[in-house]
Design a protein around this ligand. Sequence first.
Ligand SMILES: [Zn+2]
Length: 561
Amino acid sequence: MTDLPIQAPAHQAIYRRWRAQTFAQVVGQEAVVETLRNAVRTERVAHAILFVGPRGTGKTSLARILAKAINCTNLQDGDPCDTCPSCVAIREGRAMDLLEIDAASNRGIDAIRDLRERINYAPTDLRRKVYILDEAHQITKDAWNALLKSLEEPPDFVVFMFASTHPQEFPPAILSRLQRFDVRRLTTDEIEGKLRRILEGDGRTATPEAIHLIARLAAGGMRDAESMLDQLLSSSSDKLDDARVRDLLGLADAETVGAFVDALVASDARSGMRLLDGLEERGRDLRGFLDQVIELLRAAIIGAPPAPGMAGAGPMPHSITELAAAARRLASIDPSRAGVGGLRLQLELALFPDPSLAPRLAATAAPAPTALPRREPAAPVAPAPPVAPAPPVAEAYPAAPAEAAPAARSKPRPVVRPADDATMVQVPAPAADPPSSVAPAPATGDLAVLRDRWPEIVARISLHPPTKPLIVACRPISVEDGIVTLGFPEDKAFLRQVAERRRTVLEENVSAVLGRSVAVRCVATNIDVVPDLPSDAEAAWVLAEARRIFETDEGNPAEVG
Ligand SMILES: [Zn+2]
């Protein structure tokens, strides 16, 4: 079995433990692997190589394996042995002659400048010096100029390997000097296969549905799939099923998605709203729900019968015409307008039949009085400019309130009312177009303030179990023009996606702590700045901090929820 993980501490992330160490262990990418093995076999490896492909598909893993192969003293038909001193030194990250540079970081740019000074020194512990430059499209113009000379006339013992998601940003003079390999997204089957091997290797079990769902959600990125699996396995020792996957990602169950599509097609606003109520009560996130509904609609359209009423339609006996009309209504929804309640209103409006309402809807959707979060009274909210000419919401939404109210049985939640002007101006602008409509740009030093108050923010958001893993995994990166940017480690990119969908909770709490309305933006960073999870001591402190905050905040206990 070539696929055993390297022995490593149990807490080490799955994607590190199960990273491919030889060409034979690489999943997918057959063409690239075969070409590279051939080049190694015939000793015709180029001096400058570029790996291109989406994030999390194994570009740097391939670069490391190739670095091993050109230094291995015991090659196995073009594949590194992974046991000779060179292979082991590279695998353990202590080979002096393998330098990995993250071009996205300041340190990386400095390293590229240094590189020119040192490039002519002979290797010390490997046969060939290898420079792996990750995120290489971020290399600055000056640094490229510094590199160009080295790329033109590299010493015989030097190999450059670039990895990038955006090769089109390379200077053409550089691009033309690189041998390019395109790494593709993995198929769902390929991802499932590896997840099954990981589960088996780690002695864990999961239902086929859970594995399939993770593989699909990873959208071709093995690293996303692996970190999702990691998160799921570490949160419980039970058998992993698809319900847990949906819980972690805040996804709705298939029945609800199907029922909502039915309601859309039938323009059955009452049922649709009841479903939305149920989702919100279970803490499901509407942005993810919209994705699910669109995905199901797309699948249904592809597999739908060509004309109304044809037999054999299966669970969703809708015609293409009906499905397309429903899809068109969803198409006008702008989820990024969902800052506060906007998405809920947009979904509700989509349940009504008249497609001519759609364009107006996108322009007016954001403010809905009902969806206003329980906001701390103290938090000042910047006035947003009027979103649209006065009353179109009321016009566009004639019968809803009266009909919908009895439907929402569970609690007397006013479903949707035409927003009056006063409500509209109180709503903070959605995150999508913050510069024009969020609170005025803060004074300098805001990042320092944010870092200072960060533990309090973590404590608040940690009280809300579904968002806890998000907040402990990220760090504040910048505050600019009322936008707080949170960085997530690259290997936890799926958490960033979840955070993106649950931005409302993050925004509410960050705004509450900072005492002013801010938008939150989530980005992935490729640097290991973030510890996996808080240590016990840190966790205990967070808990204590949370108690302190919420014991003095009895009047408003639901703030986080
Ligand atoms: Zn070797």
